[in-house]
Design a protein. Sequence first.
Length: 318
Amino acid sequence: MDSTLENTEHAGAARHVVRRAGLTRILARYREPSRTRSVTELVITIVPLVLLWILMWATLDLGYWFCLLLAVPAAGLLVRLFMIQHDCGHGAFFRHRLANDWVGRVLGVLTLTPYDFWRRTHAIHHASSGNLDQRGIGDIDTLTVREYLALSRWGRLRYRLYRHPIVMFGIGPAYLFLLQHRLPVGLMRRGWQPWLSTMATNAAIAGVIGTVIWFVGIGAFLLVHLPIMLLCGVRRGLAVLRPAPVRGHILGRGPGLERACRRAARQLALRACRLSCVGLRPISACITSTTSAAEFPTTGCLTCCASIRSLLPQVGSR
């Protein structure tokens, strides 16, 4: 009996080693960026976006509904530029950090997102993800069930309005990209770098917008670019899976934590698979899950790491 149990344990350990080795081989080709592929991704995103923008402007006299239809793919390309900017922020798009940073800064002018400020808040978000004691920077306000029940009736109504899809995917993104990103909100007292990032981006945005308006006029510019930015905000909101409010009582040990971790693993794997399916570079999809998997040990959630690692080969093979 003892020998049977011992053999079973050895077999299980061997299978785990094989799965781990297979995962390492699958992800090995995504460790180093390809400069040719990166430049190609930039070109096939920026050039069609510029051409669509010009086409929308040229067809304004033919009917605004046709112009709005063209705004849908244009917004998708603008979202793709933000995805590239995101990869630059993780140092994953080019081999050298200088190239990542300057490409990210230039793209930040088009996405209305100050790159250096966003990169810092995004790093804080990754460092504190899942830690209920460090919420508020680079994330969406999320309450636990206990915190929600402790609110007054008016507080619950405000929270429900804040989490409503119209606000989350419509009003919220428009406010974030058009207004909030014009100041280093959250890092105003963290030195001069956040201010330099936001103000320099604002100046560049003003220069680009002023130049375009000089050529096409302010009315045409608003009719063309405003729908693109609003649809871009909606798509950027939908690109991220929003987890349900975290229940305070599952943060301890036991079956509740394990079930919560398994749900989180499925969400992360689904998000990575979905990003791969819509044409995002596999490295971005893998970063999404491997980065999250690396964060979970800080909360003692080894179950989630094991679940994510078991699901990642499906993502890496795409």
